[in-house]
Design a protein around this ligand. Structure first.
Ligand SMILES: CC(C)(COP(=O)(O)OP(=O)(O)OC[C@H]1O[C@@H](n2cnc3c(N)ncnc32)[C@H](O)[C@@H]1OP(=O)(O)O)[C@@H](O)C(=O)NCCC(=O)NCCS
Length: 201
């Protein structure tokens, strides 16, 4: 068994991801800035089933505000089933990436993002729901943008035409993130929830 297979418990290792080229312009805006320092330290790859413990630590590290913004209401714990769902997507209708920081020789998850294909009748069969979270102390360093742009590339390859994101109306950060990476985004508030649509076509 190769080293990489050992790291994934015998399964073939999912490769690191490319970042959608639009990121180049995002990156250019931050060239030589403090953020550039972080971009070079963070690795983005698909989540692995072996990330369970790392993912749990990431979830537990979230502040109440970040947790509530991600789950639309404070989520106190993850069940074993939820943890399996979050760390073992099928990579077809559910694709997830994690941002990793090597912390004294140990990989730590500092961000996660996923898209899940929406069933027909809930926004279009070529639409996918997007969710993204960055650990509090790592917000504002360009990690959320990198995760979303990594998903944009993977989604385009699967024929996804648009991402739909549900957020609390007071969550201005995610709307700014979406607007920063694309001008093809719209936002409306329905039933107390902001629905953000990001066109990928
Ligand atoms: C929203 C979130 C994912 C953004 O991730 P991030 O890594 O902090 O964002 P980035 O550093 O990549 O910022 C990208 C752009 O968005 C804007 N932005 C992001 N968060 C912002 C905030 N709170 N306030 C103002 N602008 C913000 C920045 O202007 C930035 O543009 P720039 O790079 O040109 O300066 C992160 O704040 C988070 O995890 N929030 C809690 C969970 C959540 O709200 N998820 C969305 C619903 S699923």
């Amino acid at each position: 068994m190769t080293d990489s297979r050992e790291a994934t418990g015998g399964r073939p290792m999912k490769p690191e991801v490319e970042i959608e080229p639009a990121f180049d312009s995002h990156r250019a805006r931050h060239q030589n800035s403090a953020r550039d320092f972080w971009i070079d330290k963070i690795r983005i790859r698909p989540v692995w089933a072996q990330d369970r413990q790392r993912y749990l630590e990431f979830f537990r590290s979230l502040s109440p505000t970040t947790n509530a913004f991600r789950f639309l209401a404070m989520k106190k714990r993850l069940s074993e089933e939820e943890l399996t769902y979050l760390t073992d997507p099928d990579d077809t209708s559910h694709v997830a990436l994690v941002a990793l920081l090597n912390d004294n020789g140990r990989d730590r998850i500092v961000g996660a993002a996923r898209f899940i294909m929406l069933p027909d009748g809930t926004g279009g069969s070529d639409h996918a729901e997007l969710a993204v979270t960055v650990a509090d102390e790592f917000q504002g360093k360009g990690i959320g943008a990198r995760l979303v742009l990594g998903l944009v590339l993977l989604a385009r390859k699967r024929g996804v035409q648009a991402f739909v994101l549900y957020a609390s109306p007071g969550n201005t950060g995610v709307w700014k993130l979406v607007k920063r990476i694309s001008d093809r985004a719209s936002r409306c508030v329905e039933g107390g929830v902001a629905r953000i649509t990001l066109s990928l076509s």
